[in-house]
Design a protein around this ligand. Structure first.
Ligand SMILES: [Zn+2]
Length: 78
């Protein structure tokens, strides 16, 4: 029997892939980047309908990291 820890019972909100719970990423990890600020980041994702507790796989959180940074650089640093 597969133990609960190793079961793929978490789902990525963006690509809908299933993965293990310990591999969950959330936008909360963006509070550690230098810029944009985490307040700006939360507002950006709020517009996209994404909250601090939504789960994503590594690939999708990297994607969101990239687009949020690109929007910040293009529109918010002038
Ligand atoms: Zn995903």
């Amino acid at each position: 029997m597969e133990s609960k820890k190793n079961a793929k019972n978490a789902q990525c909100k963006r690509c809908l892939d299933k993965f293990r719970e310990k591999e969950i990423y959330t936008i909360q990890q963006f509070q550690y980047r230098k810029s944009p600020t985490y307040d700006w980041t939360k507002e950006f994702f709020n517009v996209l309908g994404i909250g601090e507790w939504d789960s994503f796989c590594e690939e999708c959180i990297n994607y969101y990291g990239k687009i949020s940074n690109a929007v910040w650089l293009k529109y918010c640093t002038k």
